[in-house]
Design a protein around this ligand. Structure first.
Ligand code: SF4
Length: 697
């Protein structure tokens, strides 16, 4: 259309649609951008369907001017940037007059670059001085992050390079489906299988990944800790423990050994539905392999018992001596494009850049010195994403909310309650390239540059920093998130506090992270480009980076990994007479998260055009439901209407709905916002549901 023009045909970027961050560049053919894979050590020239389609998004209808709503009930109308920024600043001032600094909230996203995520955290804490910032990674990686930090002293998604996966003799994937969510990662699993490696998948669905496995443990949704504790019980019983590793490199095993003594295989079978013989086989397969890994997905993590579920799997890896050495380890399969970097630099309610703690006086002092503010001026830690959203519109709560990089009205749980909370705000500002479901509800919508229109770094699922170079200038009228934050800060008289360019933000981030757990001090954009990524921690320019941070010692004060007793707790909602089945949610190959981009990409929308519910064929027939029927799902939060897909391999008691759509088919109309007590992640993976055929009027 002549609006987008390539900036530098030799520059490279990375696909935005998952934490694999496959290397690509955009080439313009007949005026249209096409994704072309680049050679790179992680993706090795691979792209999946989403990556190949990444250039198509340029054809989608973009926001190119700010939109303003004159008053609630009025339509969104085009407006100048001046008018939009004035409205935002007036709204912030009014909220602060009414309720103080904490009456303003900020919501970020795990797809934002490290630079933007860093700037957003700084903007909240030193421009707005509010406690209330959190981000959509809380809905995604929070349980794995908390479990990794507790057990190893550090949350580094995969504490080893992807290439180690190919070397593991046995792998257990607990509640992950990389065949659809990280498809290019499959080449490592395929190499592992080609070397004679074994694959075990624990998943209530026979997912595309489970279908590849030697063993599929088809557990009841919400029974993950019971399964892992049962495997550890079998390992103790059958003398499969690595006593030398436990003695030399861990602490806390005796209490865990006592706790799992009660998880007899027949009890595990009752709790999980996994037959004893499979439990025993899987345990022996992992334990008897010279090298083995446990890779965790959102299945165990997105639950009200998410941290304990993840810790139960970490206990198993540690007890078998499958951690802290090459070809071994527990790791989490990060989902969002910058899910790892997004949680390291201050978007989280309790965190400062470099994975520092906002509650730690020394950490506050270190970051405050870089920011040139007194440590005591930094606000206290805030609350988690869902709790922040619940405060919106509440008495003495948040009056104005700024949202960057997230489509809340698809991605958050209990959307009916969320809509009510957002409607109670005096000011909702949404910055997005597209008129998302959340933008449609906003008072001010800001057109923002997308992933290919702004340079910046991301941190992939292995902790490797990558550089995305700009592939095109944004259309006229569109600004970057950084430019928007700087413009608001300037109008509040604090413009010097927001770095104006990605380069400036990265240089500041390097200094702010120096000495912290996620230390980027020795990393430059030039190094990332020359070395095809650099692993953190990397404290100095001559430091090589750290692909395997736990090889010699774990990141705890004594260098030992910590066992934690990890109790199984059933889901907050179990099947009942009124809601007799269990709903679980997840993703499909063609779409990315809230679908804001992929639903606007022609070939991806065509591949999976509408939301659906997977239901076991036998269960469907007993409810009078045939393939393609309209089906109503009801939970204690609301109802959704979807088309039925009959799947012979799904558990009889379980239905599955992908969460990429809004409207009447939104999975998150149904989900339970009950939170894990530690990570505060909502229970997306298990709630009680009633399923019925919609009878035509
Ligand atoms: Fe690679 Fe993920 Fe993009 Fe697919 S979606 S091309 S696996 S980064």
């Amino acid at each position: 259309d002549g609006v987008h023009a390539p900036t530098d045909p030799t520059s490279g970027t990375h696909c935005p649609y998952c934490a694999m961050q496959c290397a690509m560049r955009l080439e313009w053919r007949d005026g249209r951008p096409e994704a072309v894979p680049r050679d790179f050590p992680t993706s090795r020239g691979g792209l999946c369907r989403k990556g190949w389609a990444a250039g198509e998004m340029f054809a989608a209808e973009r926001l190119t001017t700010p939109l303003l709503r004159a008053h609630r009930g009025a339509p969104l109308e085009p407006a100048s940037w001046d008018a939009a920024l004035e409205r935002i600043v007036a709204g912030i001032r009014a909220a602060r007059m009414a309720g103080g600094a904490h009456a303003v909230g900020v919501f970020g996203g795990g797809a934002l670059t490290n630079e933007t995520g860093y700037a957003l955290g700084k903007f909240a804490r030193v421009v707005l001085s509010t406690r209330f910032i959190d981000y959509n990674g809380r809905f995604c990686m929070a349980s794995a992050a908390a479990a990794g930090s507790r057990a190893f002293g550090l949350d580094r998604g995969l504490p080893f390079p992807l290439s180690d996966i190919a070397e593991a003799e046995a792998i257990l994937i607990a509640g992950g489906n990389p065949a659809e969510t990280l498809p290019v990662m499959l080449q490592y699993l395929e190499a592992q299988r080609a070397h004679g490696g074994r694959l075990i998948v624990a998943d209530p669905r026979r997912s595309a990944t489970a279908a590849m496995a030697d063993l599929h443990l088809q557990l009841t949704p919400g029974s993950d800790a019971a399964l892992a504790n049962g495997m550890l019980h079998v390992a103790v019983r059958d003398r499969l423990l690595d006593e030398g590793f436990i003695a030399a490199r861990t602490t806390g095993f005796p209490a865990v050994r006592r706790a799992v003594a009660a998880w007899w295989p027949d009890r595990v079978e009752r709790a999980t539905g996994v037959p004893e013989r499979l439990l025993v086989r899987a345990t022996h397969m992992l334990a008897e392999a010279a090298t083995a890994m446990i890779l965790s997905g959102r299945g165990p993590e997105q639950q009200a018992n998410g941290v304990a579920n993840a810790l139960a799997h970490i206990n198993l890896a540690l007890a078998l001596g499958k951690a802290g050495r090459r070809g071994c380890g527990w790791g989490t399969l990060t989902g969002q494009g910058n899910g790892q970097g997004g949680r390291e630099h201050g978007q989280k309610a309790d965190q400062l850049p470099g994975y520092r703690s906002l509650a730690d006086p020394a950490h506050r002092a270190a970051v405050a010195a870089v920011w040139g503010v007194p440590p005591e001026s930094l606000p206290d830690p805030g609350v988690s994403a869902w709790e922040l959203l619940q405060r919106c519109g509440a008495p003495d709560g948040i009056r104005a909310l700024l949202v960057h990089g997230c489509n809340l009205l698809v991605a958050a749980p209990d959307l009916t309650a969320l809509r009510r909370h957002l409607a109670g705000l005096d000011l909702l500002v949404v910055a997005d390239p597209f008129l998302s479901e959340t933008a449609e509800l906003a008072d001010v919508v800001l057109p923002v540059a997308h992933w290919a229109e702004e340079a910046g770094t991301l941190t992939n699922l292995e902790g490797r920093l990558l550089l995305r170079e700009r592939q095109a200038a944004p259309p006229p009228g569109v600004r970057t998130d950084l430019e928007i934050l700087a413009a608001i800060a300037a109008r509040l008289g604090r413009g010097s506090l927001v770095p104006a360019t990605p380069r400036a933000a990265f240089e500041e981030l390097r200094r702010a992270s120096a000495g912290g757990p996620a230390d980027y001090a020795g990393i430059t954009w030039e190094r990332i480009k020359a070395e095809q990524g650099v692993f953190w921690p990397c404290p100095a320019p001559d430091h090589p980076g750290t692909p395997r941070p736990f090889e010699d010692r774990f990141a705890t004060p004594d260098g030992r990994a910590r066992f934690h007793v990890a109790e199984h707790r059933p889901p907050a909602e179990e099947a009942s007479a009124d809601y007799p089945m269990i709903l679980t949610t997840g993703r499909v190959l063609a779409h990315y998260n809230s679908g804001t981009q992929t639903r606007r990409t022609a070939s991806l929308a065509e591949a999976d055009p509408a939301p659906f519910v997977e239901i076991n064929g036998q269960a469907a027939r007993s409810l009078g439901i045939a393939e393609g029927d309209a089906v109503r799902l009801a939970t204690r939060r609301g109802t959704a209407v979807l088309r039925a897909r009959l799947v012979p391999t799904l558990r009889l008691d379980t239905v599955f709905v992908p969460f990429h759509w809004g409207g009447r088919g939104a999975a998150n109309l149904l989900t339970n916002p009950v939170l894990d007590p530690v990570s505060r992640i909502p229970a997306f993976k298990a709630c009680a549901v009633r399923v019925e055929r919609v009878t035509p009027a």
